[in-house]
Design a binder for this molecule. Structure first.
Ligand code: MOS
Length: 726
């Protein structure tokens, strides 16, 4: 039976319930005696609260409670830094700041009463651009935190001597880039149900990415021991990083613990869009130099990221950008300065790729422009510079073993139509135009993505396996808190457990995502879940089997997997061991540009991904296709507009995401398997990496088609037409 289950596209464990509609998402949950909650959002970007009067709301029909800052025991939260209030204290710093909560017998009553709350504001100056917010003399958003000029974080990399190296360069390319905000647009807006369970624990059923982190932040704000808070994830309905930070978790727990009755909330799409963080917009200034035979000698990068009103995961996202902004290349001389800066925009935070896509866009634009300037094929230029086994990163340390970047880059190029002769590469020709208003182009980009928490963040994942039976194992129960956000994690857990225990998949029972029954797994983020959960399941299976052989009934194995340690950036030089594993990716994109209307269509994509081992190839393919379409939205379509701290695109009618009519005709998923030396069954994490190179591959393809470099995006028709007119 061994080796049977890994590499098989088994049906998802959650398929039947989701297809039949039997599966309940947080918004579907109900309970007898349940109350309904509405949030009063500030809906202004920066103001002092002069007066807050809830009396009329309290007296309104059906109202059970109106809660404000004074009702929150420890009024602060944050995944990395506790700099955000649960409910506004004195000042509001973004439009989605929660000012008050209304709990009533019906949803309508809660909504009506919310509109009766009187707030008098004194507007304050609004910071809407991080480049201005970091100037001397700008108003300070977090005066008490000792941050200068609204700068939440500043990282530096100093490797070699860039000034001297630029002297040796035959060609230098300078670029100024902007990468836009992006909204996660998961299918299910924020929702949840909170109540006291049979043991009196404040229990929150909600969609998230890390049950135990939600539990910790709820416990902190409510000033309760963790054991008195329970978090359960029903079906999740998409996350993509957008559920890493708190949205409805704490407020639900607060209301249920105060009122001792079940409380439910469901956000509208508009509330979801203004209520949770976005992908960071970033501004890059960058300068790269190479010799005339295509050897990179120096890269200098400055990146300014828009943290928005509160820290959320900005420091960690920026850490990733800092590493990725010089691309998957070995460059002897590197100077990087990156900043995360507070503004009055919606807080920015985790979103698939976690700062990588922004940094990689700047890097790959530079590479594609360098190739043009050198008159060298884009793949040929990469082959001379790509990270390989033993390469030193910009941070002065070698990559973990198992570097497959050159092989992956080559596979993608060959698959996408490039020809190789010795060291020479020849690009394919885009289809020629059959209609006079259409132009076609082909672009190439590559990248890599870390697996797991970086820069010294504590990292572990725990699994418990219980084997039941007499002579033979009749069933194996796998206890794991890892979140299945829709990517298929639980199916892969079952597959890996069955394989490790040498049992048929039918004998595996999963108990998942409940802090009362499962141990801390860390989050479903950073492309880490298959890798971390797999190693924890392998460890637990081995221990449980040992107990089984020792005649324990039931036989129980609990195992916490800890990967090799990582270290933070040195504050002066950036020296660090940033990550313990990576996945490698390269892409070819083919586009059509309509030069009359400015429409850009993504026609075909070839995406080569080294996933180490594809535990379930169909799920891997699903991740690749999903990532491509999400990145296509980022590159071409999704235009999240904030003006003076206000969101102009708070609906899916104004914030357009790709539909079935937009997706490429062909996404060729080239699944490569160069095993990771420490991955479970050799697997690498892969949920994010297919997202990363798409935007620069698309902008390169558009350049191929119409001869214009786009240094900012999305490539909406207005932007394309404006550029064509020039
Ligand atoms: Mo993710 S952006 O690592 O949730």
């Amino acid at each position: 039976m061994a080796d049977n289950l890994i590499g098989q596209s088994l049906a998802r464990v959650d398929a039947v319930g989701k297809v039949t509609g039997a599966t309940l998402y947080p918004g579907d949950l109900t309970m007898p005696g349940m109350l309904h909650m509405k949030v009063l959002f500030a809906r202004r970007p920066h103001a002092r609260i002069k007066r807050l009067d809830t009396r009329r709301a309290e007296a309104a029909p059906g109202v059970v409670a109106v809660l404000t800052a004074k009702d929150v025991p420890v009024n602060e939260f944050g995944l990395i830094v506790n700099d955000a209030p649960v409910l506004a204290i004195d000042t509001v710093r973004w439009i989605g700041e929660k000012v008050a909560l209304v709990v009533a017998e019906t949803e309508k009553q809660a909504a009506r009463a919310r509109d009766l709350i009187e707030v008098e504001y004194e507007d304050l100056p609004v910071l809407s651009d991080p480049r201005q917010a970091m100037q001397l003399g700008a108003p300070q958003l977090h005066t008490s935190r000792g941050k200068e000029n609204n700068v939440l974080a500043h990282y530096r990399i100093r490797k070699g001597d860039v000034d001297e190296a630029f002297q040796q360069a035959d060609v230098i390319v300078e670029g100024t880039y902007h990468t836009p905000f992006q909204e996660h647009a998961f299918l299910q807006p924020e929702a949840g149900l909170a109540y006291l369970d049979e043991e009196g624990r404040v229990t929150v059923q909600v969609a998230g990415q890390w049950t135990h982190e939600d539990q910790e932040q709820i416990a902190h704000a409510l000033n309760l021991p963790k054991e008195q808070v329970r978090v359960i994830y029903p079906a999740i309905g998409g996350a993509f990083g957008g559920r890493e930070d708190m949205s409805v978790q704490i407020i639900l727990a607060l209301a249920a613990s105060r009122l001792k009755r079940p409380v439910k909330i469901v956000w509208s799409r508009e509330e979801s869009i203004i209520g949770h963080h976005k992908r960071h917009q970033m501004f890059f200034k960058t300068r790269w130099g190479a010799t005339k035979d295509g050897q990179l000698v120096a890269a200098e990068v400055e990146a300014i990221s828009d943290a928005g009103a509160y820290a959320y995961t900005s420091t960690k996202v920026l850490g990733n950008t800092t590493l990725m902004c010089t691309g998957p290349y070995e460059i002897p001389n590197v100077k990087v300065d990156t900043y995360a800066v507070y503004t009055n925009n919606i807080p920015c935070g985790a979103f698939r790729g976690f700062g990588g896509p922004q940094g990689l866009f700047a890097a790959e634009q530079q590479m594609n422009k360098l190739a043009e300037k050198l008159g060298m094929d884009v793949v040929e230029l990469r082959m001379k510079n790509l990270l390989h086994e033993g390469s030193l990163l910009s941070v002065g340390t070698p990559l973990p073993r198992g570097v497959s970047m050159p092989q992956v880059a080559e596979h993608a190029a060959l698959d996408g139509g490039w020809k190789r002769e010795g060291d020479k590469w020849q690009r394919p020709h885009a289809p020629s135009c059959t209609q006079k208003n259409k132009r076609y182009g082909i672009g190439y980009a590559c990248g890599y993505k870390n697996v797991g928490f970086s820069f010294g963040a504590p990292e572990q994942c725990t699994a418990k396996i219980v084997l039941r039976g007499k002579a033979e194992i009749e069933e194996a129960i796998v206890y794991h808190s890892g979140a299945d956000c829709g990517q298929g994690a639980h199916t892969v857990f079952a597959q890996m457990a069955a394989e490790a225990l040498e049992l048929p998949i039918e004998k595996i029972q999963l108990v998942v995502s409940d802090t009362a029954t499962t141990a801390n797994s860390g989050s479903a983020s950073a492309s880490r879940m298959t890798f971390m959960a797999g190693n924890s399941i392998l460890g637990a299976a081995e221990l449980a089997l040992k107990k089984w052989r020792e005649e324990d009934r039931p036989a129980i194995g609990t195992y916490s997997y800890r990967p090799p340690k990582t270290t933070p950036y040195d504050p002066e030089t950036g020296k660090s061991e940033p990550n313990f594993a990576y996945g490698y990716v390269a892409q070819v994109a083919e586009v059509e540009v309509d030069i009359e209307t400015g429409h850009v269509r993504l026609l075909r994509v070839w995406c080569a991904d080294d996933v180490g081992t594809a535990i379930n190839p169909q799920l891997v393919q699903g991740q690749i296709e999903g990532a491509i379409v999400q990145a296509q939205g980022y590159a071409i379509l999704e235009d999240f507009v904030q003006k003076d701290g206000r969101t102009l695109t708070p609906y899916l009618s104004t914030y357009l995401i790709p539909t079935v009519l937009d997706v490429p005709q062909e996404v060729n998923s080239l699944i490569l398997e160069y095993p990771d030396p420490i991955g479970p069954f050799g697997a690498r994490g892969m949920g994010e990496m297919p997202y990363l190179p798409l935007t620069p591959a698309v902008t390169a393809a558009v350049h191929d088609a119409i001869g214009v470099w786009f240094d900012d995006f999305p490539l909406t028709p207005d932007r394309v037409l404006k550029a064509l007119k020039k």
